[in-house]
Design a binder for this molecule. Sequence first.
Ligand code: GNR
Ligand code: NI
Length: 178
Amino acid sequence: MAIRKILTEPNKFLRKKSLRVENVDENIQKLMDDMLETLYAAPGIGLAAIQIGVDKRIIVIDINRDKDKKSKKNHMFFVNPEIIWKSEEKLTYEEGCLSVPNQFAEINRPKKCHVKHLDYNGDFQELKAEGLLATCIQHEIDHLEGILFIDYLSKLKKAMIIKKLSKQKKENVERIVV
Ligand code: GNR
Ligand code: NI
C-alpha cells in the first residue's frame, strides 16, 4: 500500500471524465488499497481515483473515520457507481474538497439517493444513502465527471477561489526553487 499525492486545483486532469472499469482485478484492488490509505492519511471522508491522477470510475468513502480516528474502519468502495434515484428534498452541507484545499462552501444537493455499483470484490451492490453519506457520494461521482463543488458557486466566488489556489501553488513552487 502507498499514500499517493492528491492533485489540486487548478489542474486540467481534475476536469477529465473518468473511464469505466471493465474488470475488478488485482491491479484495481491494489489501486483501491492505495486510495483508502491516501484517504485516511489526508484525512478525508471520500476520495475519487482522479484525485490521485487515475482516470477510472472508482470511489472510496468513510464518513466516520475522519472525526474519530479510533472508530472502526467503515469504508466502502464504489466501482462504476451510478445514481439511480435522487430525492426531491434537498440538503445544504458545508463542503470541502481535498483537491480544493482550505476552501469551504454551502452546497445544496438531493438529501437522499440510491446508487448501484460494484464493490471491492467486483460484486454488484445497491445502496440507499441519506444525509452526509448521500452528499459525499454525489460529491465523489461529480469528480468522475470532472466536476468540483466550486462549479456550483457564482462565477465570482469560483474565480476568487481559483485565483487564491493558483497563488498558493506559485508560492509553493517559489519556496522550493529559492
Ligand atoms: O473530506 C471531504 N469532506 C467533505 C465534506 C463535505 C462534503 C464532501 C466532502 S468530500 C471531501 C474529500 C474529497 O475531496 N473528496 O472528493
Ligand atoms: Ni472532492
